[in-house]
Design a protein around this ligand. Structure first.
Ligand SMILES: NC(=O)C1=CN([C@@H]2O[C@H](COP(=O)(O)OP(=O)(O)OC[C@H]3O[C@@H](n4cnc5c(N)ncnc54)[C@H](O)[C@@H]3O)[C@@H](O)[C@H]2O)C=CC1
Ligand SMILES: O=C1[C@H](O)[C@H](O)[C@@H](O)[C@H](O)[C@H]1O
Length: 336
């Protein structure tokens, strides 16, 4: 079966995902695209050699009879509307992070999905499909380190644009760690604190940078994450899990080692597209296969909700400077 896919949002990641579905993955075909920038949508279809129809809006694309599944790769504030419409139309939907920009929006999606009676949503938390993080998950699940006690992590970008402001360090950037650590530890969060170290001169006036986020989980694991979005040198994701009997460090991405001009060096990647390219491939192939088989898995609407709840508290902690508690509702059996 070829899964016929409609793409809402043909910007940076929408084009990335459309390219991988078209040129790398199997059993998926982009048959419909839409973007508020219609010329861009047409241009993407032309560039990828798609015979896709360009729709005026996402709602019409979702309703189209020849669309089996939907990719939501538009701006975060539009996600809730399109995911709800896809569920209503009985269409499986892959939604890039965030599932919704508020916890309430995620709850609306959860209620709609439970009402629909089966999982319809996969959320774009691709790190769960990264080979390095999967190795870490296997080691933790096999209790090879003993019980996890701490995680030390860093999420570094070389630079961010003027539109990137302080709360985005949580909702746009840290959200990856917030989901990944719940999954790695099979745990939930209990509290958050955000500390602002000395500010880098490379950050514009509207963003505190770097930020230190301190989390405690329900099982008592203590986590510190450095979010540094103007680090200058590259796109650098670090994660070290400290257990009772050992430490597991996220592998560095594969890179040639140079011995040249009296130096030993290797390259550091400069953006997320290359750093998680393989993870994006695996997560989207899993979505396509799930749609074809009538049962999707991976990060669920509940995971999107949990990340949103923790993210909202982290933003509150940015403002208060205090340790803020994180209250996670009971997970319904539907998402067990
Ligand atoms: N998983 C990951 O590592 C990444 C995820 N993302 C997520 O993907 C989403 C898109 O991000 P980017 O591609 O970087 O943004 P972008 O700005 O490059 O592309 C977004 C596109 O959505 C379109 N759009 C906005 N509102 C729309 C609407 N109502 N209907 C149809 N199209 C609409 C815009 O015109 C734009 O072309 C965001 O939610 C972002 O958080 C982005 C980068 C990496
Ligand atoms: O989702 C993403 C990317 O994956 C990067 O990891 C983040 O640094 C970026 O802020 C965000 O858009």
């Amino acid at each position: 079966m070829t899964v016929r896919i409609g793409v809402i949002g043909t910007g940076m990641i929408g084009e990335e995902h459309s390219r991988r579905i078209t040129q790398t993955l199997t059993d998926g075909e982009i048959v419909a695209v839409t973007d508020v920038n219609a010329e861009q949508a047409q241009r993407m279809a032309d560039n990828l050699g798609l015979s896709a129809k360009v729709y005026d809006n996402g709602q019409d694309l979702i309703k189209a009879d020849d669309v089996d599944a939907v990719l939501v790769t538009s701006w975060g504030p539009t996600h809730e509307e399109y995911v709800l419409a896809a569920i209503e139309a009985g269409k499986y939907v892959f939604c890039e992070k965030p599932l919704a920009t508020t916890a309430e929006g995620c709850r609306n999606i959860i209620d709609a999905e439970i009402q629909a009676g089966k999982r319809m949503v996969q959320v774009g938390f691709m790190r769960r499909y990264d080979s390095g993080y999967k190795m870490m998950k296997d080691v933790i699940d096999a209790n090879k380190l003993g019980e996890p006690l701490m995680i030390h992590a860093a999420h570094r970008n070389p630079e961010v644009p003027e539109r990137y402001v302080t709360p985005m360090a949580i909702h746009d950037t840290l959200i990856h760690e917030l989901d990944t650590f719940r999954w790695l530890l099979d745990d939930d969060y209990k509290s958050a604190q955000v500390i602002f170290p000395r500010k880098t001169r490379h950050a514009h006036s509207k963003v505190e940078d770097p930020q230190m986020v301190l989390l405690e989980t329900v099982k008592g694991v203590r986590i510190d994450v450095e979010v540094f979005v103007n680090c200058q040198y590259g796109y650098d994701i670090q994660c070290s899990v400290v257990g009772e009997e050992g430490i597991a460090n996220l592998p560095e991405p594969q890179s040639l080692q140079y011995r040249q001009a009296g130096k030993l060096s290797s390259d550091i990647l400069q953006d997320w597209k290359k750093r998680f390219n393989d993870a994006f491939d695996v997560e989207l192939q899993a979505f396509i296969d799930g749609v074809a088989n009538g049962e999707i898995g991976g990060p669920s609407s509940w995971d999107g909700y949990a990340a949103a709840i923790a993210g909202d508290v982290c933003v509150k902690a940015q403002e208060s400077g205090q340790i803020e508690s994180i209250e996670m509702p009971e997970r319904p059996g539907f998402y067990a």
